[in-house]
Ligand binder design. Sequence first.
Ligand code: GLU
Length: 551
Amino acid sequence: MSKRVADVIFPNLPKTYEEYEAQYPPRNCAATRFAPSPTGFMHIGGLYTALINCLFAKRNGGVFFLRIEDTDQKRQVENGVTEIIHTLNDFSIRFDEGPAGETGDYGSYGPYRQSLRREIYQAYAKYLLEKDLAYPCFCTEEDGVQLRQRQEEENALQKGYYGKWALCRNLTEEQVLEKLAQGQSYVLRLRSSGVDGKFRVFHDELRGDISMPENVMDAVIIKQDGLPTYHFAHVVDDHLMHTSDVIRADEWIASLPLHVQLFETLGFPVPRYTHLSPIAKLEPKEDGESFSRRKLSKRKDPEARVHYYDEIGYPVAAVLDYLLTISSADYEPWREENPDAPITGFPLDVKRTGIAGSLFDFNKLNSIARGRVAHMSCGEVYEAVCAWAAKYDGKLSSYIAAEPDRFRRSIPVWHDNRLDVAKWSDLMQMYPYLYDAGCRIDEIPMPEKFAGHAQRIPGILRDYLEGFDPSDDSAAWFDKLRAIAAKYNYAVKMGQYKKHPEDFNGSIADVSSFVRFAITGCTNTPDLHQIIQVIGGEEAGRRVEKFCERF
Ligand code: GLU
């Protein structure tokens, strides 16, 4: 177009692009960014992208910043920015620059919210208009429909707004000025320099060289509302914020030819690109035998939402360890050697994150989380569970509030030398006999294997109650159990029993399981003596009495 058109479209911009160039001088270090749109709950893939960007910057002595991509005003949610900031904080992903909350910023390359950068994009769009590298397009929705129809009819190899199909590409300056004077609405489009059918090699740090056709589309750069499209905003922002490495989801690979073209048309150096593979899931196909691979979906998979992990109480460190374990083959051995190191110490090599994409695997997550929980001290567990229960589990929270010390004493029961608990919501599920005051142990169906012992169980349990002394230590407590076993002809030594089972009514293991079941409603629990110490002798006695009533 021309300077005249550019001046009519953007008569009063506060600064020129040259002034912006001077305002944001190059950085002397690597810079990466996380650039989410505040459209609701964060996806686990977003958290993963943020984590990789953060580690990459730390690894290279660079800066990691947060940029909010909020140019699609229709998709915004209230408090979306705060939500993103909180989530990153919760997962200890610290950004060096970015928004400070719903308003305000840290860092000198801001504003870090695209909606506040409107005039910056416009200054660069004006530059393109002046150089005839962009033009206003007045096509209506109806024109778009007709264009698609004609392309169908004429079997156009590519559909879209380009070349001879681009109706407004060749309007004269007079025509443009007239339409502007009439107040017709318009978008601004790039005048693509791409040659139809010509291929070009694009480099991706993870995937190597990728050959793709040049971009021929006259892509929209500024929408009718004056805000930029993602494509244009990405290029202007990553240039002015001096992003050295754009590390983002692989859904953007297809846009690479357009993005590189925009960088080059604007005369900007092109950053290095890394397109991360998504976290996927296998879904059974209709034939019931084979599987298809698909991205985790916020709609279908609860585990796609970052909040899910907080809600069910996975420790933050476990989720981060998990994400890096499934994506980077080097992580697990590194973590084994450095169990206490902060995650930022991991020598991340993005080239070693798989191209195929990792598969989400709950078993792996749980096993990593169990290891992480076991690695925490009882004090850390106490703090973490208190915070979690206060947010998500009223029952557990009141249990803790009623007797915090009892809760503190209960932690070693399932924590020390065990790998049972992966997440805090396991506590109520696995140990209702410890934490759920309303738990009806007397209603839990009796194990079938008790049937052959029915006439002896009440006697055994009454003897147990009679000898019960809450101050007994573990050895004294078990000695008493042995004595009762002997009295009822249950083998005290397992070896004896295995050799001559016919000589006995059962073994000490059976006797313990009667007591265990009476007190917990389970046949398999952590150390029973420890459990009794936590619930208290009186309560344990009451449960045994109740159990006896069932015979
Ligand atoms: N706002 C884009 C998204 O959320 C960012 C892509 C990028 O990192 O450049 O997908």
